[in-house]
Design a protein around this ligand. Structure first.
Ligand code: SF4
Length: 420
């Protein structure tokens, strides 16, 4: 294979992979053994940031962009007239090793269109990971996409070589999937997810008894949903997300705003892309569910089906629930402290720690680094009474937005003038 042809394939298949955002690699504990190559411990997202703020890079490619399916929202769909290419298993292995040696990457994110069948494709993805681990002694991070409908046996093998597995559910509801991807069935996504979940549990419990039991998908499994292609509201999206977290022990759900790319009556028109802010609000809601003790129904429900774009979901919830405030920072439990707008979990722990030694007033809070611009409207401390209890939700929101440095503030300036 000539260098030019490999380069061309790489260009096509790296470009085709950019639509998949489910490539976080945080959470892996695979360490470098036997003087092998790489070390995946604590790695993160492809050309992006880990949860601890570090930027890492993964070689993110498709094995092929040939596909037997015709999902309306996908550039790789068979009816789309694009340049196609396919890597051989050994080519991906060689590229990964070469890029790793040159220090370009710290791991591999490998996905694929479906050629011939789910198992035929999955077999090749697994073969890449297996060769990297067993023949190249590669200990860097590997994230494999699971092909919907792949057999249990291949899924079991995949988890023995990959750090993370993901199967993208793509469209948040079964009805939306049927409309846009009639070749696919919801069960085809669920089956590999169930298999991976069960294998993770089983391998973990075996490891407690037999120390040298190998690790199975140590960074867990994740999924991705495309937002805005099939008309689901935020309530439906986050309900689906919540269901997948709870039922399949997912590590992450990724939300990817649909970018209209084709003329199709079933899809939003070209030029009507999902606002970045909507994606951002979904991630914030996801965070509140996973780390701040919120139930999804508190943030989104039949009455409140859309996330506010002008304020974050925690502030939005607080403004709708002012009867829960003010919260006394000297006596409140962790759960309520975490609900104060503007307080992150780090601040919550700082408060819990500091108040063991004294009752906290505004000065103490500032000294320990608590940002009060939002929080002040929702908390009590030792120095004075809660001065703003008579403010309406609209007034509080106006004051907060007025003092906000958000890049989105300008777009809200008309609203702000109402609260001046
Ligand atoms: S199966 Fe995957 S790659 Fe193929 S068209 Fe559907 S979304 Fe695209």
């Amino acid at each position: 294979m000539s260098f030019e042809r490999t380069q061309e394939k790489l260009k096509i298949l790296a470009d085709a992979a950019k639509y998949d955002v489910s490539c976080s690699s945080s959470g892996s504990q695979r360490t470098n053994k036997n003087k092998g190559l790489g070390d995946a411990t604590g790695m993160g997202i492809c050309h992006s940031y880990t949860e601890d703020g570090r930027c890492v890079s993964l070689l993110k490619i498709l094995l092929t962009n040939y596909c037997i399916f015709d999902c309306a929202y996908c550039v790789t769909r068979k009816s789309n007239d694009i340049k196609r290419a396919a890597f051989k298993v050994q080519e991906v292995v060689d590229l990964t090793i070469n890029f790793y040696r040159r220090n370009y990457i710290e791991g591999l994110f490998l996905s694929s269109g479906i050629f011939k069948s789910a198992d035929y494709t999955m077999e090749r993805l697994v073969a890449v990971a297996k060769k990297l681990r067993l023949e190249e002694n590669f200990n860097g991070y590997i994230h494999l996409k699971s092909i919907p409908g792949a057999s249990d046996e291949l899924m079991r093998e995949a988890g023995l070589y990959a750090d993370r597995l993901s199967v993208n559910i793509e469209i948040p509801t079964a009805s939306g999937l049927k409309k846009l991807a009639p070749d696919k069935k919801r069960e085809d996504f669920i089956k590999p997810m169930v298999k991976v979940k069960n294998e993770i549990i089983q391998y973990k419990s075996e490891k407690k008894i037999i120390k040298n039991t190998p690790k199975y998908a140590p960074a867990g499994q994740s999924t991705q949903m495309i937002i805005g292609a099939s008309g689901e509201n935020d309530f439906q999206i986050m309900q689906t997300s919540n269901h997948f977290y709870n039922t399949y022990n997912l590590k992450r759900v990724y939300y990817s705003g649909y970018v209209p790319i084709s003329y199709d009556d079933r899809l939003p028109q070209i030029g009507s892309a999902v606002p970045m802010m909507r994606e951002n609000r979904l991630y914030q809601t996801d965070w509140l569910m996973r780390f701040y003790g919120f139930d999804v129904s508190e943030i989104l429900n039949a009455k409140h089906q859309h996330l506010d774009l002008d304020v974050d979901p925690k502030l939005s919830w607080a403004l709708r629930n002012l009867h829960e405030f003010p919260v006394d920072v000297n006596t409140a439990d962790k759960r309520m402290l975490a609900r104060i707008p503007g307080l992150g979990m780090k601040s919550v722990y700082k408060i819990l720690n500091a108040r063991r030694f004294r009752r906290l007033n505004w000065e103490h809070l500032k000294k320990i680094g608590i940002a009060l611009n939002r929080a002040q409207y929702f908390m009590l401390c030792d120095s004075n009474q809660f001065e703003r209890r008579d403010l309406s939700p609209e007034k509080i929101k106006g004051l907060i937005l007025q003092n906000s440095t958000s890049k989105y503030r300008n777009t809200l300036s008309n609203q702000l003038s109402l609260f001046g």
